[in-house]
Design a protein around this ligand. Structure first.
Ligand code: UD1
Length: 432
């Protein structure tokens, strides 16, 4: 629990290496459960979601050693198939362990991540796919009990290309009997990375990164050594930080092709960019231009995880921009706070109309979710005077020492830890 104090008006300038991907490392940690010998993972991001996921692995019986960003996990000692409700409530993405536990033991018991199957941020697509593969599911007293005599490869047509459901299917299908084909699969780079990791452990997956993934089940999987991909959202956030402060940044350890929509939009607002294979240089324009309309959507569309940060940039553009959020319906919680900083944003349903203003004015704002809180920090970097952004715990879930990264790039920001003043529940987006 804590808050960031940001002194605005200092342009972001300098060179930085991107950390490992949050959304990439989490399903890979779950996948480790399926292996029967040591896995070595390099370039892990030291964020709270990573440490919480290691706690889950430990609670399941895995042996873990960590040296900085490298972690060594031996899942051959794992002997438990249930995860406490308390952990799942803290980190919704722990639902990804269902596929791994089922693949390993043929059974899983995981606390329900809040709400019911059709409620807030549902997991109906995960459960439907599991059922099709032969899993019996009971929902009792806040827990989901899954059992199966035999997990069978089947054809699965996802109603929506859900990232989490695709990952859970990859995990379970890797150990299923026979072939699984997923149609309308999510195409995110994190899916490609998970498939690469599973294949390195002996799985047989083809087509990851396309809408049709084919998984031939195998009986056993072994350990491997693997390096986590760079975090495309951290990279995009830092580019936006440079854009909004009129700065320049040279980012290393990035994959520009995985961030195409973010780069195209930054180009549209007037940033000058030079790309290398694993690096990006960005120089902000003197005056930011507006964009016509951004629709968030499943990859390769504009990522919903970059929507709040891009919105912060557009608050200072000379003209009017529109952002339409099509993935998560309650992902506009940062807007009221941006308006407190002086932004002019009007919301109609899932669409935000952002009229650029000349400047933002520092004030006290409250972060309500991970990316939205990061967006408020970006706004604070460019605002006049001091901005206090409450609820640092959201940012700490997904950005490794964000304040240190920004300070190294010339920002004036510090993190103050404190009591439970704004102890809100885990960020909860509601559904499409
Ligand atoms: C993942 C990312 C998150 C990102 C999101 C979309 C992780 C840990 N999180 O979340 O940062 O914002 O992808 O890129 O990787 N849905 C259903 N039923 C389901 C599953 C999903 O209706 O069973 C809906 C969701 O409510 C949402 C949409 O589908 O409206 C997208 O969700 P999904 O792609 O599953 O996102 P997550 O895997 O939860």
């Amino acid at each position: 629990m804590g808050r960031y104090r940001v002194e605005g008006g200092y342009p972001i300038a300098g060179e930085m290496e991107t950390k490992g991907s949050k959304n990439g490392v989490l399903p890979i940690l779950a996948a480790v459960l399926l292996t029967e010998s040591e896995v070595i993972l390099h370039h892990c991001p030291l964020i709270s979601d990573f440490f919480l996921t290691l706690e889950i692995l430990k609670s399941l019986g895995c042996r873990i050693k960590r040296d900085g960003r490298t972690v060594i996990i031996d899942a051959s000692f794992a002997d438990k198939s249930s995860i406490e409700n308390e952990i799942v409530q803290k980190m919704r993405s722990s639902i990804i362990f269902m596929g791994a536990l089922l693949g390993k033991y043929g059974e899983a018991c995981v606390g329900y991540p809040g709400g019911c199957e059709i409620g807030v941020r549902p997991i109906d697509l995960h459960l439907k796919a599991f059922r099709e593969m032969g899993v019996t599911i009971r929902d009792e007293k806040g827990f989901i009990y899954c059992t199966s005599k035999s997990i069978n490869g089947v054809k699965i047509n996802l109603d929506y290309p859900s990232v989490g459901a695709t990952e859970n299917i990859l995990l379970l299908a890797s150990k299923a009997k026979g072939q699984t084909i997923v149609y309308n699969a999510a195409c995110e780079p994190e899916i490609v990375q998970l498939a690469e990791f599973l294949n390195a452990c002996g799985a047989k997956i083809t087509g990851a990164g396309t809408e049709c993934i084919v998984i031939d089940g195998v009986q056993r999987m072994h350990g491997t050594e693997f390096t986590i991909f760079p975090d495309r959202i951290e990279a995009g956030t830092l580019l936006c930080a440079a854009a909004i402060t009129g700065g320049e940044i040279h980012l290393k350890k990035v994959k520009p092709d995985d961030m195409r929509q973010t780069l195209l939009r930054l180009d549209e607002v007037g940033c000058k960019m030079i790309e290398g294979q694993n690096e990006i240089y960005l120089k902000a324009p003197r005056v930011l231009r507006p964009v016509d309309i951004i629709y968030t959507g499943p990859y390769p569309n504009f990522p919903t995880d970059m929507q709040p940060q891009m919105m912060s940039v557009l608050t200072l553009a000379r003209g009017t921009s529109i952002i339409s959020e099509t993935v998560f319906e309650a992902r506009f919680k940062h807007i009221a706070e941006l308006c407190r900083l002086g932004a002019d944003i009007h919301v109609e349903g899932q669409t935000a109309v952002i009229k650029g203003v000349k400047k933002l004015q520092g004030c006290h704002v409250i972060g309500r979710d991970l990316r939205g809180t990061a967006a408020l920090i970006l706004a604070g970097l460019s605002a006049e005077g001091e901005t206090v952004v409450e609820n640092s715990q959201y940012v700490e879930r997904g950005y490794e020492e964000f304040e240190k990264t920004l300070t190294a790039l010339g920002a004036k920001i510090r993190l103050e830890k404190s009591g439970d003043r704004y102890n809100e529940k885990e960020d909860t987006f509601t559904t499409r």
